[in-house]
Design a protein around this ligand. Structure first.
Ligand SMILES: [Zn+2]
Length: 381
């Protein structure tokens, strides 16, 4: 892998500048005087990238030109497959105000490493380090943590370093998604589309709907590389079209997200949700936004008393969440519950202007006619 894959976490590990520099000075002295045992280990282990033959047989870890170590599909991986469920090798507290002093961080990492088997420690030191040329020098254990940490969930301040998942490179057309599964206490990687044998498995290091130039700027500053994926390496006119879709996605997400429209203008809200799904598909973006949009559509239906459409939207929310996180994720379980009992949602009946029983889902319609009914196109009840 090349770099950290979460922008939030990149900044999260940084202490305030002055504290950082002070502690770094102390640490640099330690490193230079050979107190830091890990630097020796890194030299030893640089020749021993572990031969990854995972139990599940789904992937290999091997070098790809210009990309360092990468994760590659060993066979066809169908959409929704859980590729990895991995425990962190080391865990990092995220809040820099509490703990991000370099000295503290180094102690934290080295003490965790010292409790691991020698082979695991060695593997840790084969992970990529973006900070080998940093000035002043940064101890390898920290450089590796900063380069490879993955957050425990989208809003989590905690993170971990993973021997396998941390090798996954970035693509703006990523075919896999990383999520923290709290019930398992593991990071999971799921295929969000079919992955062909020999294809690289990728995740996104960029959050939200950033246009191409912002993605590039972010990847360069936070992770030190330029992305040359198929979404970035396009003609100017294609890039403009893509950027326009992304701009519109940001706008739609904000408008739906304010919550007011669910009751005030529910039909417009449904239209916006549908437009978001269309734009996501055009842009080739699956991932975690899809279940979020279906959840929004579910809320519009149930808040206005329509249990029939709410049931269908909950089903799609569940199915798309299961693809990204697995059926055992917390949100998938919630969606499944709402499929069965939509009226138990807290918003049920905020208005009853679309009142409809759960059993009123039409049957025998063509796919097109069903979609028209679901999204309340003109002429459908
Ligand atoms: Zn790209």
């Amino acid at each position: 892998m090349v770099a950290t894959r979460d922008g939030n976490f990149g900044s999260l590990l940084k202490a305030s500048e002055s504290a950082f520099k002070l502690e770094l000075q102390q640490l640099v002295e330690e490193v230079r005087s050979g107190v830091d045992n890990d630097s020796a280990e890194e030299t030893q282990s640089s020749m021993s990238i572990p031969a990854q033959v995972p139990v599940n047989g789904l992937y290999h870890i091997r070098p790809l030109p210009g990309k360092g170590q990468a994760m590659v599909a060993a066979r066809k991986i169908p959409k929704g497959t859980r590729i990895i469920a991995e425990s962190p090798t080391i865990t990092l507290p995220g809040n820099p105000r509490d703990s991000a002093g370099v000295l503290h961080l180094n102690q934290l990492i080295t003490s965790q490493l010292s409790n691991l088997p020698a082979a695991t420690r060695q593997q840790y030191h084969t992970l990529h380090n973006n900070y080998t040329a940093a000035t002043p020098p940064i101890p390898p254990a920290i450089g590796i943590a900063r380069t490879n940490a993955l957050p425990f969930g989208h809003n989590s301040l905690s993170a971990g370093v993973f021997l396998h998942a941390s090798r996954i490179n970035h693509s703006c057309t990523h075919n896999a998604e990383n999520t923290w599964n709290a019930s398992l206490g593991k990071l999971t990687i799921h295929a969000i589309r079919d992955i062909e044998p020999g294809s690289e498995i990728t995740i996104s290091y960029v959050e939200g709907f950033k246009p191409c130039n912002q993605r590039q700027a972010h990847l360069l500053s936070a992770f030190g590389f330029r992305c040359v994926c198929e979404r970035c390496a396009v003609t100017d006119s294609k890039r403009k079209e893509s950027d326009e879709r992304l701009r519109r996605l940001v706008q739609l997400e904000e408008e739906i997200g304010d919550g007011v429209g669910i009751v005030a203008t529910p039909l417009a809200c449904l239209r916006k949700a549908r437009e978001m799904l269309r734009l996501l598909e055009e842009e080739g973006l699956g991932g975690a936004t899809v279940p979020r949009v279906y959840y929004d559509a579910f809320q519009v239906a149930i808040a206005n008393g329509d249990q029939a459409r709410a049931t269908v939207f909950a089903g799609r929310w569940y199915a798309s969440r299961a693809v990204v996180e697995g059926e055992d994720s917390e949100d998938a379980a919630k969606a499944k519950e709402m499929m069965k009992k939509p009226a138990e949602h807290r918003l049920f009946g905020t208005t009853m202007k679309w009142k409809q029983a759960a059993g009123k889902v039409p049957s025998g319609l063509s796919e097109e006619a069903f979609e028209k009914w679901l999204w309340r196109e003109k002429g459908t009840a």
